[in-house]
Design a binder for this molecule. Structure first.
Ligand code: NAP
Length: 325
């Protein structure tokens, strides 16, 4: 029987890890009209061929609802996965102001996707567009209402600093269960100890961009010695455990108690991430290996792939905030 890996949220609910099919980044589109049949086809293939739970990471601003809707429709018609075998995360476009408020967004999107609830709903960004007639606390209060109505099973945030989270908890008395941030070993020193803050406060960190250290090697944007040393070590572990270097980096992320949110245009990579992380107990990095990956990551200068989007973290960068090992 397939062994599904879960993280436990502070409310006791279990969230499957990793998320292997993000519908943003490489699948992001400027508008919904430019339909991408490749994404629909991949989602359907995931429903059909992946064992266990398929964890989809979606958002209003990715403009990919038409593809997600078509894939879900075909899935339920063909009977590949039941609703319980799909974990669907969505995000409110707080920064871009695509929808006026979370309640309208959720009601309209559930209708579009023909779903009864989202498994997880996140505020995409701590800043709020002028197009939205509420401040961040007002947005969060709508999230609490949606949670109480059962339209979203869990609520959380994305790209929040510790200060941003404290503000919500203080003013609305309800703690997010997840903070989805850009996270990988080259970003240990972002925000004042956001990693330790979330671990200490029992908030699951979801990492987007978990593979950035490899992506930047592959596309040639990182030619540093530190970047090469890092990749060489992942390659060494990849041959030891007979998996790809990206699977090693995802396994490391999970070992650091962080839930990776990845994606790919290649089905074998989605499948590898899903199968190796979930069902291969032999892929267990040793404490020394984990510490060495951390040390090599700390050696590398901070390298944010999503610059412009998360620049608010820059004010916190300093040597003193680096993770201690
Ligand atoms: N909350 C937010 O603000 C936010 C921001 C950004 C992203 N996200 C979410 O997170 C998801 C994933 O983000 P991401 O794309 O940055 O994740 P990622 O896992 O760091 O990067 C995915 C990329 O890695 C490449 N890759 C996979 N294996 C590789 C390897 N062995 N060597 C080199 N490259 C490799 C893939 O290329 P191939 O296609 O060639 O396999 C793919 O383009 C998004 O789809 C979105 O849902 C959220």
């Amino acid at each position: 029987m397939f062994k599904q890996h879960f993280f436990t949220l502070s409310n006791g609910n279990k969230i499957p890890a990793p998320s292997t099919i993000g519908t943003g980044s490489i699948y992001y589109k400027k508008n919904e009209k430019d339909y991408n049949p490749h994404l629909t086809e991949y989602l359907i293939k995931c429903f059909k061929d992946l064992k266990g739970i398929v964890h989809i990471d979606s958002a209003a601003c990715y403009n990919t609802y038409p593809e997600v809707a078509d894939a879900l429709k075909e899935n339920f018609e063909k009977g590949y996965k039941t609703r319980d075998e799909i974990w669907y995360t969505d995000k409110f476009d707080s920064k871009g102001g695509k929808d006026s408020d979370p309640i309208t967004h959720v009601n309209e999107t559930l209708k579009k996707l023909n779903l009864e609830y989202f498994d997880l709903y996140l505020i995409h960004h701590p800043s709020v567009s002028e197009k939205i007639d509420k401040d961040i606390v007002g947005v969060w209060k709508d999230f609490i209402t949606l949670f109480e109505q059962g339209k979203v099973k869990n609520i959380g945030v994305s790209n929040f600093s510790a200060k941003d989270i404290d503000n919500l908890v203080e003013k609305a008395g309800f703690k997010p269960v997840v903070n989805q941030i850009e996270w990988n070993p080259f970003l240990f020193n972002q925000s004042p100890e956001i990693y330790s803050y979330c671990q200490k406060n029992d908030i699951v960190i979801e990492a987007y961009g978990p593979l950035s250290p490899l992506v930047s090697q592959l596309n040639g944007s990182d030619t540093s010695k530190e970047g090469k040393d890092f990749k060489n070590y992942l390659d060494e572990l990849a041959s030891k455990y007979k998996v790809s270097n990206s699977v090693i980096l995802l396994a490391y992320t999970i070992d650091m108690n962080v839930l990776p949110v990845t994606t790919s245009t290649k089905f074998y990579r989605i499948e590898d991430a899903h199968n190796f992380i979930n069902d291969h107990p032999e892929l267990k990095l040793t404490k020394e290996e984990i510490n060495k990956i951390t040390a090599l990551g700390l050696n590398h200068p901070t390298a944010r792939r999503y610059r412009g989007w998360t620049d608010h973290y820059n004010e916190f960068e300093s040597e003193s905030q680096k993770l201690k090992i």
